[in-house]
Design a protein around this ligand. Structure first.
Ligand code: FES
Length: 146
C-alpha cells in the first residue's frame, strides 16, 4: 500500500471509531416502551421508565412509543413526579421526524426546535407539536390518542 493511502486510511479510522462509539451511545439511550392498545389509547406500565445499569435502578427521562396510527413515534417525557407529556415527533413545519436530545426536540430538516412539552422554541415551524392527554395511576400511564 502506498504511504499516502495508508495515512489517509488511518486518518479515517481514527476519526470514525470514536464517532461510532458516540452514535452507539446515543442510540442506547432511546428506548421503545412496550404498550397495549385499546379503542381510546395506549397503556404502558410505569416500570417502562426504569432500567438496570450495573445493578443500579435508573429512571429514564423519556420513553419512545411506536404509533402505527400516526406513522411517527410518540415521545412520552416525564416532566415531574407522575406528570407526563406525550408528543408526536412530527415537525409542524413540513412533517420531518424530530430528534430527541439535550432536553429538546429538534428537526433535522430545517432546524425547528420544541420543548419536551411540545411548545415551539424556534422556527421555521410556527405551531406547537401535537400532544396527547395522559393520565396515570399507581401502575400505569394512559395516553388518549383517539
Ligand atoms: S420540517 Fe421541521 S423545520 Fe422544516
Amino acid at each position: 500500500m502506498e504511504r499516502r493511502k495508508f495515512i489517509k486510511n488511518c486518518s479515517f479510522a481514527a476519526v470514525g471509531i470514536p464517532m461510532i462509539g458516540t452514535i452507539l451511545q446515543s442510540c442506547g439511550s432511546i428506548y421503545y416502551a412496550t404498550t397495549s392498545q385499546s379503542k381510546t389509547g395506549l397503556t404502558l406500565s410505569k416500570s417502562e421508565f426504569w432500567e438496570l445499569k450495573k445493578d443500579k435502578k435508573i429512571e429514564r427521562k423519556f420513553v419512545m412509543i411506536q404509533s402505527n396510527k400516526f406513522g411517527f413515534p410518540i415521545c412520552l417525557y416525564k416532566i415531574k413526579d407522575d406528570q407526563y407529556v406525550a408528543s408526536l415527533l412530527k415537525c409542524t413545519h413540513r412533517g420531518c421526524e424530530l430528534n430527541v436530545g439535550g432536553g429538546i426536540y429538534s428537526c433535522p430538516c430545517h432546524g425547528s426546535e420544541f420543548t419536551t412539552q411540545g411548545k415551539l422554541l424556534e422556527g421555521p415551524a410556527d405551531e406547537d407539536l401535537q400532544t396527547f392527554i395522559t393520565k396515570s395511576d399507581n401502575e400505569n400511564i394512559y395516553i388518549k390518542i383517539s
